[in-house]
Ligand binder design. Structure first.
Ligand SMILES: Cc1ncc(COP(=O)(O)O)c(C=O)c1O
Length: 397
């Protein structure tokens, strides 16, 4: 019996080394990595710039706590603020912590403005916001709530297609905030439309409800813009959670907010021991400078189109295996006819790593630095996995 808590369904791959988009297993197998630590190793594995930043900082200072000024925090916050809607940043260590801070910031805003009854957080089916109590309540996914006692008060779940319900929930006197991923990740790479996000922004303005984006997965360049919502004018949030690629593989999360939305977050309102530690900040700043490069964003848009077009062609050739391609940039999902967990295993047999996703999708979220030749190779390997699956289907028929 394993001495690890049995909460993961782990693939039987023992990775010992990573380089760029390649992962090397203990048995010598090299895998083309279209998971990237679930949209985290955006610059590939062991990017020399990040290794240099980490090792340099490791020899200087690791941790001091937020009792003291941490210049690295100020430097990374400045980068985030000057490249987004936000005025202020709180650093944590993960996506869940970034979401937690976002939700607390929203409720605290209303309390600060004399409306403590405004506690409702409106979340959506197909969303994923992490595994803390607040995060699982915000996403409302029954599988993640089961067995953990009563639902927390003030969390409302709706479908993104239920506009009448959304309007009613936001017009309620208890509405505090809406939380949405501009491109749902775990739910199966579902991108919200420009019109929907703009309408939501308008409704939030009208009702005084705060708009929270969870860009933990779709942010930091994954869609070809630094933040996914930046594809659209007039759809900026009041608060945003980011993590994953923010540290290029080093644990760090951040909650960004406008000065107004953060009005309630005064001294003592929130905190973290490790959040914003010098190591995370050094790697985060180095990752940011590489990710915010317009040339990399143009590359993501280009290879994202190449991958999406290749996947669509594949789906057209294998209608017995897959039915749809969705997502944005390099956050792509393929909705399958056959079981997605089986396809992940079959892809591994062809030395290709893909992630699972909601609605029976596989997700492809490679490092953003993946080359055109590597995208072509990923498509060849996925086609081989589809062919294996088709052969199994035919044999079973
Ligand atoms: C959109 C989104 N939000 C939040 C989280 C939680 O992040 P973490 O696992 O770092 O707590 C995730 C993780 O997959 C995510 O995809």
């Amino acid at each position: 019996m394993s001495e690890l808590m049995g909460v993961y369904n782990r693939a039987p791959v023992e990775v010992v080394r990573g380089e760029g988009v390649w992962l090397h297993a203990a048995d010598g197998t090299a895998y083309l990595d279209c998971v990237a630590g679930i949209a985290t190793n955006a610059l590939g594995h062991c990017h020399p710039g990040l290794v240099a930043a980490l090792t340099e900082q490791a020899g200087k200072l690791w941790h001091v706590s937020n009792i003291f000024r941490i210049p690295g925090q100020e430097a990374l916050a400045h980068r985030l603020v000057t490249n987004s809607f936000a005025d202020v940043v709180f650093f944590g260590n993960s996506g869940s912590e970034a979401v937690e801070c976002a939700l607390k910031t929203a409720r605290r805003y209303h309390a600060h403005h004399g409306a403590p009854e405004r506690i409702d957080v409106i979340g959506f089916a197909g969303s994923f916001h992490g595994r803390t109590y607040a995060a699982v309540n915000a996403s409302g996914n029954a599988a993640y709530l089961d067995g953990f006692g009563p639902r927390l008060p003030g969390y409302v779940q709706l479908s993104v297609d239920d506009w009448a319900g959304i309007e009613a929930a936001l017009r309620a006197p208890t509405a505090a905030a809406v939380i949405i991923e501009p491109v749902q990740g775990e739910g199966g790479a579902r991108a919200m439309t420009r019109e929907w996000l703009q309408a939501l922004r308008q409704l939030c303005d009208e009702t005084g409800t705060l708009l929270i984006y969870d860009e933990v997965q779709c942010g930091m360049g994954r869609t070809g813009k630094l933040f996914a919502h930046q594809w659209f004018e007039g759809a900026a949030p009041d608060i945003m959670a980011v993590a994953k690629a923010l540290g290029g593989g080093f644990p760090v999360g951040a909650c960004l907010a406008s000065a107004k939305a953060a009005e309630g977050m005064n001294v003592g309102a929130h905190g973290s021991t490790f959040g914003g530690n010098p190591l995370a900040m050094a790697v985060g700043a180095a990752a940011f400078d590489l990710l915010a490069d317009p040339a990399l964003m143009a590359h993501v848009a280009k290879v994202g189109t190449q991958l999406a077009e290749g996947l669509r062609a594949l789906v057209a050739r294998y209608p017995d295996v897959a039915v749809d391609v969705r997502g944005k940039g390099l956050l792509l999902g393929v909705k399958l006819v056959t079981n997605n967990r089986d396809m992940m295993a079959t892809a591994r047999q062809h030395q290709l790593l893909v992630a699972g996703g909601g609605e029976n999708c596989i997700r492809l979220l490679p490092p953003l630095v993946i080359s055109e030749a590597e995208v072509a190779e990923a498509l060849v390997r996925l086609e081989a996995a589809f062919a294996t699956t088709r052969a199994q289907l035919n044999k079973a028929a």
